[in-house]
Design a protein around this ligand. Structure first.
Ligand code: C5P
Length: 211
């Protein structure tokens, strides 16, 4: 069983890259951000407070990993709520347990998130930390919304990206940071294809060592 851990901030390109890698190697993929989003959505839908850790933990324990769908969890408000409940240790404990269970699937898995290489799968065969400048990440989000026919304000998105980074990097429990043995991949000046090729080279080298 082989685990590939991919971490990085919002809109760094890690999601697209992770799906591509999972497809290439025939591995199962889990976008762990969706587990935090599903917990937040359950609370919002039930009209419950986002400040009650025990209630949030109960919701986290009910999340089904098989039924996660980004299209129903992508709303901005859900992402904001997710990053608020993600500071709660009891919520993290519940979701990390489920994520670790997933990571043991054969023949291998790709998990992406904020704390995969540091906390969820510290023994992963390969760890990647995908970044891009806040300006580039905000521009990507902006282009995505415009391409989808929506309207967007670049300045507001940029502020948002920075606020989310601060919350994810500044929290006490499992802050976003590269694992000591992670390979850094800065995609600011790189397309998805170039990032994929760079990742593939690192993964192939690590897999060869395992055999
Ligand atoms: O990646 P995504 O934007 O879907 O994640 C939503 C929020 O969930 C993040 O801002 C972060 O606060 C939280 N998260 C986390 N740990 C993970 C994945 C996501 O804390 N492994």
């Amino acid at each position: 069983m082989i685990t590939i851990a991919i971490d990085g901030p919002a809109a760094s390109g890690k999601g697209t890259l992770s799906r591509r890698i999972a497809e290439e190697y025939g591995f199962h993929h889990l976008d762990t951000g969706l587990t935090y989003r599903a917990t937040a959505k359950a609370l919002l839908d039930a009209g419950l407070s986002l400040d009650d850790e025990a209630v949030a933990e109960t919701m986290a324990r009910e999340v089904e990993l098989g039924g996660l769908d980004r299209s129903v969890l992508s709303a901005h408000a859900i992402g904001e709520a997710a990053s608020k409940i993600a500071v709660m240790p009891a919520v993290r404990r519940a979701l990390v347990e489920a994520q670790r269970g997933f990571s043991r699937k054969e023949p291998g898995t790709v998990l992406d998130g904020r704390d995969i290489g540091t906390v969820v799968c510290p023994d992963a065969a390969v760890k990647l930390y995908v970044t891009a400048s806040p300006e580039v990440r905000a521009k990507r989000r902006y282009d995505e919304i415009i391409a989808g026919g929506g309207t967007a304000d670049y300045g507001a998105i940029f502020e948002d990206v920075k606020k989310r980074d601060e919350r994810d990097m500044g929290r006490a429990d499992s802050p976003l940071k590269p694992a000591e043995d992670a390979h850094l991949l800065d995609t600011s000046e790189m397309g998805i294809e170039a990032a994929f090729q760079a990742a593939k080279t690192l993964i192939d080298a690590a897999l060869k060592e395992k055999i």
